[in-house]
Design a protein around this ligand. Structure first.
Ligand SMILES: [Zn+2]
Length: 556
């Protein structure tokens, strides 16, 4: 790491001498405090940065002569961090959440129904009503609801996704689109909830695919993408890894980026299917200035909240239930071999200890003997048996891609699902980081969690619910330090996307991507962090001022 820092400063110095003979820049950012982040500390250098063609061309320590530039921005002492990158989120899903019925932080099923009713009243002409964000674990009655009261709200289809995207409740009108044989009530890798022979409307994991509603229109998708782009940038993000999109949506985003309508640089993982693999392996990887496609996203299990996470021993609060295995071992194995031999990256959702064990086996068998490090990722790596932990990192370089806010959202009930011993192997971020040779990219999984990167920072170091008065925190031996967490949201996120040479640090040759704050982040008490917002975000040398900065905006 020391060597790395040395290399960065050398680069800055080389540029410093070079700048004398290259006086022109597109943009100059003057009077800033520029942060260098690594796992052990954050240092700040006062000075100015020159930008040419969207990239940092030189750094000038305070007091040195500056070149002429077309534009000049006085930062007035503001603190410039390397631009934040969300290593796992759902860009289109976030946009859809922003433009549909918001059921986040509802306190009961009745309060969800009220929000749906209000929305329908305000939008009477919609063909289908979609909502997202309910979580029965937050209600007094933590049982799954049924659709009886939902049926009374509209004759049109209503579909409400659970917060984790791994379960939904549909009204009767929506269930007419359910592709299910008469009397059939079971499905591999999912659950169709029923009571006295009647569907309750709740579908879990693979059962959700049986509900074949008309697809969202192109113009609704564009509205959602525009909303997501704006909200991501306002939150300080300068990049995002989308954890799974169908090919047609990736191509739509690419076309909107080329038209200059979407600005956030993305790494889009392709939602896997045999057809999607045929298409992309034939076409090849896609690299533009704002879009990278080099990775396929798989699911191996469901989520812990809806008891879909695949566990080795049964659920502590539901005996004889181990969760959902979404794909067979042979399917995953074949796909892994195909991607490995074609040099593609593979990312797999694995939450339960059994799913993690299965995927580590599959990854090891596909990667052993390969020359190149393909940086295959396990998304979430939430419950990992201690014996499996050391299988991250090492020669194969398998990366745990984690979301600290999942720990703080789940901590109230995860112990009930896992029991008092197994809970210690869950959300073990510090141990995973050590095992993986320091590689621990951090994301939000938005819209499962909020997009705000400072929520991740707070959750990673403080491991408490926002505004909580809990004095202890959740399994604090697995807390990260502020530099470690910040490094996970910048350099490590970039590394997980093979972007570390141009993204994730403030260095000459890197994109001019910055997340700018009024004061240094460590001057805040941890509890204040979730309420801090950046004053501006810079992407590829263009400034996006955060106009909501003073109103402490609460986006999704
Ligand atoms: Zn996700």
């Amino acid at each position: 790491m020391r060597q790395e820092i040395h290399a960065i400063y050398s680069l800055l110095l080389i540029s410093l001498t070079a700048c004398v003979s290259e006086p022109n820049a597109d943009t100059l950012l003057i009077n800033g405090q520029f942060a260098q982040v690594n796992d052990s500390n954050i240092t700040y250098q006062q000075g100015s940065v020159a930008i040419v063609d969207g990239k940092i061309s030189a750094f000038y320590p305070q007091g040195s002569g500056l070149p002429v530039a077309k534009e000049r921005h006085d930062l007035d002492g503001s603190i410039v961090y390397p631009g934040f990158v969300d290593a796992h989120a759902h860009y289109l899903g976030f946009g859809m959440a922003l433009t549909s019925i918001n059921l986040l932080e509802t306190t009961s099923w009745e309060s969800c129904l009220q929000r749906v009713a209000d929305y329908i009243k305000a939008h009477p002409d919609q063909d289908i009503y979609r909502g997202r964000g309910w979580d029965q674990n937050d209600w007094v009655n933590t049982a799954f609801p049924d659709n009886e009261a939902l049926n009374a709200l509209s004759d049109k289809a209503i579909v409400l996704n659970r917060i984790d995207g791994h379960a939904l409740i549909a009204n009767q009108a929506a269930l007419t689109h359910l592709k299910l044989a008469d009397g059939e009530m079971t499905i591999e890798g999912g659950e169709i909830l029923h009571h006295n022979g009647q569907l309750t409307g709740v579908l879990i994991d693979n059962a959700m695919d049986l509900l074949q509603l008309p697809a969202m229109s192109r113009s609704d998708k564009i509205d959602a993408l525009l909303a997501a782009d704006k909200a991501c940038i306002a939150s300080g993000l300068t990049g995002l890894h989308d954890a799974g999109l169908p090919t047609q949506d990736i191509l739509l985003i690419d076309s909107l980026q080329r038209e200059g309508l979407l600005h956030l640089p993305l790494q889009c993982m392709v939602s896997e299917s045999p057809a999607a693999m045929d298409y992309w392996l034939e076409r090849g990887k896609l690299f533009t200035e704002r879009m990278t496609v080099r990775n396929f996203k798989f699911y191996s299990d469901g989520a812990l909240g809806s008891r879909g996470a695949l566990l080795r021993e049964s659920y502590t609060d539901r005996h004889d239930h181990h969760g959902s295995q979404i794909r067979s071992v042979s399917y995953l194995q074949q796909a892994a071999n195909r991607l490995a031999s074609n040099g593609w990256q593979m990312s797999t959702h694995a939450i339960g200890d059994s799913a993690n064990h299965m995927m580590l086996n599959i990854y090891e068998q596909a990667l052993t003997g390969l020359d190149s490090n393909l940086r295959w990722r396990i998304e979430h790596a939430q419950v990992v048996s201690p014996a499996d932990r050391h299988r991250f990192g090492g020669k194969l370089g398998i990366i745990p891609s984690i979301q600290p806010t999942h720990a703080t959202s789940d901590m109230a009930w995860a112990g009930e699902r896992l029991g008092k011993d197994r809970i210690h192997h869950a959300y073990a971020y510090k141990q995973l980081k050590d095992a993986a040779g320091g590689h621990l990219p951090i994301g939000t999984d938005c819209p499962v969690e909020r997009i705000n990167p400072l929520h991740s920072l707070y959750a990673a170091i403080h491991r408490r619910a926002i505004d909580s008065t809990d004095s202890k925190g959740f399994q604090m031996d697995n807390a990260l330090t502020l530099p470690q967490a910040l490094n996970g949201m910048t350099h490590e996120a970039a590394y997980a996307g093979f972007d570390e040479k141009t993204v994730g640090q403030i260095a000459v040759g890197h994109w001019a991507n910055f997340t700018i704050f009024e004061v240094k982040l460590h001057t805040y008490k941890p509890a204040e962090l979730p309420h801090v917002s950046p004053i501006a975000t810079w992407i590829h040398g263009t400034m996006y001022k955060n106009t909501h900065h003073d109103t402490a905006q609460e986006t999704l």
